[in-house]
Write a protein that binds this ligand. Structure first.
Ligand SMILES: *Cc1c(COP(=O)(O)O)cnc(C)c1O
Length: 382
């Protein structure tokens, strides 16, 4: 049979009508255990940390969306990333993108370092830097593309080739794009992770994470970790994300459309010094973004010039909500230097371009005229 289209997969894989009742929506199996017919005789479900039908449905669904054979749902994006890092051991070295999500850096810097896992921060937007950073004990390359909030792109195909020639695995945090806009495995990436908290769930009402991969042995280990450590996604959250992915394609189309419109509005605004958005022809990696992504999405950062200007914009908006997080239907606006990137030392932040005047927007799917009008009244106060 011909491979189904993305939206068909999103709506149907994992969402087959319930065998017992015919329920069209996957039920929330809110149970901790399952009755067994006899000793060692059961329906494949013994205890809900190990197996839960609602979670299994979601796992099949997102794995299919990423084009992966296996998928595992976790209690948060961070616990998904932590599980993936249990594929490396004491004495191993990891090449980590120099501008990953703050929590990922913190996990390496403050937690994994206590267990003898070495890492180097590398600007992976130039594949040559990745090549140079390789050591004999390098086992993994961990990248995020586009990065938060400067929207730097890593060439997934080039980095995967470099890593595979040297026997290392590539992990891509695909949270910013979602599988609708970017499918890292098509470029050779071995493992995809997500914070489902963002676009996959899409409604700002659940925290979760996901690991998708193809290697059977690694998948067995991730499954073992999921059960051994126990940071599983709850049945209710699994239901919410499963509901979210049904509309992923239409939501991402709209985020992308609105993102492009807001970015070009900001790029033309006299008070805005710089706009970071891969969809703008002025973005240094616009061509690579076009090749690797199906669209550019709804994440934009822009430079207002000073902390005072950023504060004025952030405190003047009325429709856009001042909040951390991203990927929901509502437009969220934030200040990376004091919010998401507060734990990054100022010197490092400035080097990455995360100045005190930088503002980040997660463009929602409201009517774009309303979003622009709100930004217009806020920027007019500068
Ligand atoms: C939010 C986020 C995470 C962490 O996910 P949680 O669900 O908050 O634990 C990881 N990576 C990226 C890119 C994120 O945006």
């Amino acid at each position: 049979m011909k491979r189904m289209g993305f939206s068909t997969i999103a709506i149907h894989v994992g969402n087959e009508p319930d065998l017992a009742t015919g329920a069209v929506s996957v039920p929330i199996y809110q149970t901790s255990t399952y009755a067994q017919e006899g000793l060692g005789k059961h329906k494949g479900y013994e205890y809900a940390r190990t197996q839960n039908p609602t979670r299994s449905a979601l796992e099949r669904n997102i794995a299919a969306l990423e084009g992966a054979k296996f998928g595992f749902a976790f209690a948060s994006g961070m616990s998904a990333i932590d599980a993936v890092l249990k594929l490396v051991r004491t004495g191993d070295h990891v090449i980590l993108g120099d501008n990953t999500y703050g929590g990922t850096f913190r996990l390496f810097n403050k937690v994994l370092s206590n267990y003898g896992i070495e890492f180097d921060l590398v600007d992976t937007s130039n594949p040559e830097n990745v090549e140079r950073a390789f050591k004999p004990n390098t086992k993994m390359v961990f990248v995020e593309t586009p990065t938060n909030p400067i929207m730097t792109i890593t060439d997934l195909k080039a980095v995967s080739e470099i890593a595979h020639q040297r026997g290392a695995k590539v992990v891509c945090d695909n949270t910013f794009m979602s599988p609708y806009l970017q499918r890292p495995m098509e470029f050779g990436v071995d493992i995809v992770v997500h914070s489902t908290t963002k676009y996959l769930n899409g409604h700002s009402d659940s925290v979760g994470g996901f690991v998708a991969l193809n290697d059977e042995e690694d998948a067995e280990w991730i499954k073992f970790i999921q059960n051994s450590v126990g940071a599983i996604l709850s049945p209710f959250d699994s239901f919410l994300v499963l509901r979210g992915t049904k509309t992923l394609a239409v939501r991402m189309e709209k985020h992308d459309q609105n993102g492009r419109a807001v970015a070009s509005y900001l790029a033309d605004h006299p008070k805005v010094k710089k706009v970071y958005y891969p969809g703008l022809p002025s973005h240094p990696q616009h061509e690579l973004a076009k090749k690797q992504q199906k669209g550019f999405g709804g994440m934009i950062a822009f430079e207002t010039g000073s902390l005072e200007n950023a504060r004025t914009v952030l405190e003047s908006v009325r429709l856009c909500t001042l909040a951390e997080s991203l990927g929901g239907v509502e437009t969220l606006i934030s200040h990376p230097a004091t919010m998401t990137h507060a734990s990054v030392p100022k010197e490092r932040r400035e080097k990455l371009g995360i100045t005190d005047g930088l503002v980040r927007i997660s463009v929602g799917i409201e009517d774009v005229e309303d979003i622009i009008e709100d930004l217009e009244q806020a920027l007019s106060k500068l």
